[in-house]
Design a binder for this molecule. Structure first.
Ligand code: NAD
Ligand code: MG
Length: 393
């Protein structure tokens, strides 16, 4: 029987890699592709749907239904558009789903997909940062296996196979350091979006690439590791490793360390989640250690990358502080991309919004998806007000 799969965020960087792996592993003969989602890139979405013979293709952009319909003419794929259609597509039963929408927008579809049981391959780290408890509780209730796709967390997941939680002493989360690893603060203050999106090692979407330059991406990943693996913040170290060959490590109480190593290619982590619990052949480069010759390490600089310090504050505060952090970070990135604030202002803005909302967010007891989305919207509104007040000074 063919395995039923859906990909949300199919047209993005992770989504495209997922599509290419499905094709490499037999395409529509091996997989029954139920739903593919995208947003603006209708031509790519339609092309993917044709290649994989998907049952439904959905764009989150409600205004582009006709365009998608036309692009799918004669394909047999049903076209759908808008958020309700996206949520309906996420409710379609499948065995395996890739959650690769970028940002908090991935949370609601992910929460729907979890109800199907099977496997949730989670690239959308924002949903764990915003509502980790909720997502994990839903996975537990529906017997869904949550497999991290973020390369660091896939590495940790792989290193923890067969180990007990009590044996874990620390997690060493590696970070490339991004394009500004060696820049001083004065240079960083002048950094442009084009410079910030030029990631040295990984070929990723624009938003996560800029989040790597501020190290907000690593900040999200510290929170993600805390949520996924239940390890206290103090036992999660961030280690700058410019080659991005060691994807992360786990240190055990006997002093032993297990590292997961591989090329900087997301198809490794995606393929692991796709084939789990087996390992199958993947079309990724094989490492040549002699050619690599050296691996470098350095501690992360919290003065130049305050996002790392803020992540610790978010974990310490708990409750729904992660939703505030992520919402403010997304708004800060939008403002930077629009040329309204400078590179270093992004962390200042997030810290400001946390200062305004963290106490209430931390005090939130039991909560639901609506509470998370309300707080996300509030964080964005506060961020917007800060940007306006700054530009009118
Ligand atoms: P991307 O920007 O390349 O693609 C994002 C996808 O989400 C696209 O399909 C886009 O159409 C869709 N999308 C965007 N906004 C949407 C909205 N409001 N509603 C519905 N769909 C929307 O992003 P990416 O780099 O592939 O990253 C996807 C997720 O995976 C992010 O959470 C990111 O942090 C995580 N991730 C990515 C990488 C990587 O290598 N790119 C690595 C680790 C984790
Ligand atoms: Mg990562």
């Amino acid at each position: 029987m063919r395995r039923k799969v859906s990909i949300f965020g199919a047209t993005g960087s992770v989504g495209r890699n997922t599509v290419s792996l499905l094709e490499a592993q037999g395409g529509p003969e091996a997989y029954e592709v139920v739903a593919l989602s995208g947003s603006a890139n209708i031509a790519l979405l339609a092309d993917q749907a044709r290649r994989l013979q998907a049952r439904i293709a959905v764009t989150s952009d409600a205004g582009r239904l006709e365009e998608l319909r036309r692009a799918l003419e004669g394909s047999g794929t049903e076209a759908a558009a808008g958020t309700p259609a996206l949520l309906d597509a996420a409710s379609e039963p499948v065995d395996w789903v890739m959650s690769a929408i970028v940002g908090a927008a991935g949370l609601a579809p992910g929460m729907r997909a979890v109800r199907n049981g099977g496997v949730l391959a989670l690239a959308n780290k924002e949903s764990l940062v915003c509502a980790g408890d909720l997502l994990q509780a839903a996975c537990k209730a529906h017997g869904t296996a949550l497999l991290p796709v973020d390369s660091e967390h896939s590495a940790i997941f792989q290193a923890l196979r067969g180990e007990v939680p009590e044996a874990v002493e620390r997690i060493v989360l590696t970070a490339s350091g991004g394009p500004f690893r060696d820049w001083d603060l004065a240079e960083m203050a002048r950094a442009t979006p084009a410079q910030a999106r030029a990631h040295p090692n990984w070929d990723m979407g624009e938003r996560i690439s800029i989040d790597s330059a501020t190290m907000f991406n690593k900040a999200l990943e510290v929170i993600e590791a805390h949520v996924l693996f239940g390890v206290p913040s103090a036992s999660i170290e961030v280690l700058v490793h410019p080659q991005s060959i060691i994807h992360s490590m786990v240190g055990f109480r006997d002093g032993s360390i297990i590292a997961q190593i591989g090329p900087s290619d997301m198809r490794g982590a995606i393929g692991f989640a796709l084939n789990w619990p087996e390992r199958r052949g993947l079309p990724v480069e094989r490492l040549d250690f002699a050619a690599l010759a050296r691996l470098d390490f350095a501690s992360a600089d919290q003065a130049r990358f305050p996002a790392l310090r803020l992540a610790r504050d978010v974990i310490a505060a708990g409750g729904l502080t992660g939703a505030v952090f992520n919402g403010a970070k997304e708004a800060a990135l939008d403002a930077f991309l629009a040329g309204r604030i400078g590179f270093l202002d992004m962390a200042r803005l997030v810290e400001h919004v946390l200062g305004e909302l963290a106490t209430d967010a931390a005090a939130t007891g039991s909560y639901g998806l609506d509470d998370v989305l309300t707080l996300d919207a509030e964080a964005r509104a506060r961020a917007g007000a800060w940007v306006v007040s700054r530009s009118s000074c």
